[in-house]
Design a protein around this ligand. Structure first.
Ligand code: GLA
Length: 382
């Protein structure tokens, strides 16, 4: 875990003494179940992680924002009168610029100053490092407003991603980062933008995240294509099914979709939606073994019907499935690389890590990363 005191030390080394500063934490997220459902208007069940981005901000009057990103050992400065600059080739600089442009569009006053930040989230691993970063920047720039308008924070952060960065993502990541509560998963209704906090009590089990270290990049991936296919699947049943959203299409209707690919996409969305609601019930009733089963079926659906898994994720899922004290696992997030979330007996975790680590290395010639995570609060000032 990153200590904010260490970041203050780095701040002083880089920028000199500070008398007072603000401290922030923006978590990553993991989705227990319900992937590629948010942009289809359904329910998803993620939680915020106890790993994320820790930041220190000290305001000044220089009319610019400097960010010292310790992960890249690099400082990026934006002068406020150059905000419309468009020639940006470094990925994280673009996130900064687009976030500041969003603050300006909202007619909030830009806060001049210096930020030093560090993340213990693996970057681009499907744990929402980018949503955590955008939420953090917006939150620092207008913490008074966003602290009490958290839905707006989620919506504005999503806008930065979709309109600024160009990834047509749903609302799940930004919503959970904005709204999460410690020891709870959050059942988000992505159509109505409402949620319910679901207590997580896993008894003798614990969530373990396995990072495939297979890099993924949302904008390069087939994410936008999947979105389009879902739109086409809905259009294909429009004539005879009154549903407005793909999650609401009747299961019988999809039998009439002639295109095999669109049929498979719709099948995933409709069945995954049922699994999310069943998983929320399972958590509420402490039926953790059942939750594990739902996770396993979800993985197969994402692999075979939605085709967003890959050999690295399948390898982890396969061996996790063979490990007796792991009662469920699935790829999580957008897919095409990234992470698997597994439910493992606490007593067996160290054996699980050794076993999966070894099998994965043998099969994929790559090391896996492991994170023992706890459901944490959403973005906050510390
Ligand atoms: C990414 C997107 C989310 C969601 C997931 C898949 O994380 O940002 O909006 O669509 O993929 O469930």
């Amino acid at each position: 875990m990153i200590q904010v005191e260490d970041i203050i030390v780095e701040y002083q080394k880089k920028f000199g003494e500070i008398s007072k500063c603000e401290k922030y934490f923006s978590p990553g997220r993991v989705n227990i179940i319900g992937d590629h459902i948010d942009y289809n208007g359904g329910y998803v069940l993620p939680f915020a992680l106890n790993i994320g981005i820790t930041a220190v901000f000290a305001p000044d009057d220089n009319q610019e924002l400097s960010i010292y990103n310790l992960d890249f050992n690099e400082v990026f400065t934006v002068e406020f009168n150059q905000l419309e600059k468009t020639e940006i080739d470094v990925n994280w600089h673009q996130y900064v610029l687009c976030s500041l442009q969003q603050i300006k569009r909202n007619n909030f006053k830009l806060r001049s100053g210096k930020i030093v930040l560090q993340s213990d989230l693996p970057i681009g691993a499907g744990l929402s490092s980018s949503a955590a970063f955008i939420c953090l920047l917006l939150f620092i720039m207008a913490s008074d407003y966003y602290n009490t308008n958290r839905l707006q924070l989620a919506l504005d952060a999503q806008k930065v991603e979709t309109e600024g960065i160009g990834v047509k993502c749903g609302i799940m990541d930004q919503y959970v980062i904005s709204m999460a509560q410690k020891n709870h998963a959050i059942l988000i209704d992505c159509q109505e933008l409402k949620h319910e906090q679901i207590p997580i009590d896993l008894g003798k089990y614990q969530f373990v995240i396995v990072d495939s270290n297979f890099p993924r990049n949302l904008s390069d991936s087939q994410y936008n294509e999947r979105r389009k296919e879902c739109g086409s699947a809905l259009a294909a049943v429009k004539e005879f099914d009154p549903a407005e959203k793909l999650v609401d299409v009747h299961q019988i209707s999809i039998g009439y979709i002639e295109d095999d690919t669109l049929y498979a996409r719709a099948k995933h969305v409709i069945t995954e939606q049922q699994r999310v609601l069943a998983a929320a019930d399972a958590l509420n009733l402490n039926k953790i073994e059942y939750l594990g089963k739902l996770m396993n079926i979800s993985h197969i659906s994402l692999d075979e019907d939605f085709e967003v898994s890959n050999h690295a994720l399948n390898c982890i899922h396969h061996y996790a499935h063979h490990f007796r004290q792991c009662i469920g696992s699935r790829m999580t997030g957008a897919g095409f690389g990234g992470c698997v979330i597994a439910l493992v007996e606490k007593d067996a975790i160290s054996r699980f890590v050794t076993y999966i680590g070894k099998k994965y290395r043998e099969d994929q010639d790559r090391d896996a990363g492991f994170y023992l995570v706890q459901p944490s609060d959403g973005i906050r000032m510390m």
